[in-house]
Design a protein around this ligand. Structure first.
Ligand SMILES: Cc1cc2nc3c(=O)[nH]c(=O)nc-3n(C[C@H](O)[C@H](O)[C@H](O)COP(=O)(O)OP(=O)(O)OC[C@H]3O[C@@H](n4cnc5c(N)ncnc54)[C@H](O)[C@@H]3O)c2cc1C
Length: 279
């Protein structure tokens, strides 16, 4: 069976198919699976467990054609990749993400980019027209720009803001960011915020333990966490998310955050007290 797309849902689907005894190949366009949320180190660790479970991963390739079976043309027989390789299969699933339907919007009237561009009140470039949820390009508090973030909790908050503002209550969208908590073939994976930062103003701290398949990477801007990846050992991830969300200065204890045993005890007392009061 061929799964086209090695993203969040594609890997889950591959796992489900393996569990019912199927032979699975994932075909991924990019150079690694889960490229939108993981760096190459973390993606490599996930690839290892996926491949150990018997799944074949083909990267830097896409499917261009589905071919029928030799004596039963109406049934799936294989998939042709963009380099001409044909992979035999009897089932193909495309899991290549979602794209907002911006074609129904006149870009001369309402500003669109990859989605419908909105401000912090979920208003589009035309007053009294709002957008939220998967269709909206809304504020990301880690990158401090607007982007598509198709996640249910963010759609919920954006919907409340849009609804309140439409009703006359001036609510401001606090912003969201990418956040994924996954478990593939028993390997826990957490990814939040900007995990593949561009060169420049960012500091990256990481801790890899290949033997036990544990990895933590933290991306900082001016000593504030803007992105984190945890694979294998995910203890303390809730605390890190709180530090990221509340833009806490972690300068004094940042090396501890990437350690395997990171916990509340490593926070300075004022930071710990503030966090406890918030929660
Ligand atoms: C397979 C899958 C798994 C997911 N898993 C997670 C997850 O684990 N965690 C998470 O946070 N998020 C997840 N998401 C994302 C989450 O579902 C979305 O972010 C959320 O549903 C967005 O809400 P929405 O209202 O913007 O869009 P939707 O929930 O997609 O609702 C849009 C509605 O609009 C209707 N519609 C479309 N076009 C028109 C039109 N022209 N006129 C009128 N109606 C129209 C559609 O039929 C639909 O009912 C997942 C998404 C998918 C597809």
């Amino acid at each position: 069976m061929i799964v086209v797309g090695g993203g969040l849902i594609g890997i889950s689907l591959a796992e489900a198919l393996v569990k019912i005894g199927k032979n699975v190949t994932i075909v991924e366009l990019k150079d690694r699976i889960l490229s939108l949320i993981l760096d190459s180190e973390a993606s490599g660790l996930v690839s290892e467990v996926v491949e150990e479970a018997g799944v074949k991963i083909v990267t830097r390739r896409s499917a261009t054609k589905i071919v029928g079976r030799k004596n039963a043309e109406s049934e799936v027989g294989g998939v042709v990749l963009d380099d001409g390789t044909e992979l035999a299969c009897d089932l193909v699933v495309f899991v290549i993400g979602v794209t907002p339907r911006i074609d129904m919007i006149d870009p001369k009237q309402i500003r669109v980019n990859r989605g419908v561009v909105v401000d912090r009140f979920m208003t589009t470039s035309v007053p009294d027209i709002y957008a939220c949820g998967d269709a909206a390009e809304a504020y990301d508090f880690t990158t401090e720009d607007s982007r598509l973030l198709p996640l249910w909790p963010l759609a919920y908050v954006g919907g409340r803001v849009a609804g309140s503002d439409m009703a006359g209550l001036r609510l401001k969208y606090p912003g969201g960011t990418q956040m994924s908590s996954l478990n593939y073939f028993g390997l826990p994976v957490i990814s939040v915020g900007m995990t593949n930062p561009p060169n420049g103003e960012y500091e990256v701290l990481s801790n890899l333990n290949r033997e036990i398949r544990a990895y933590r990477k933290m991306v900082l801007r001016s000593n504030k966490i803007v992105g984190v990846i945890s694979v294998g050992k995910v203890k303390g991830s809730g605390i890190i998310f709180d530090l990221l969300k509340n833009k806490v200065d972690v300068g004094e204890f940042k090396q501890k955050v990437v350690s395997d045993d990171f916990g509340l005890i490593h926070l300075s007392e004022p930071v710990r007290l503030k966090m406890l009061r918030r929660n």
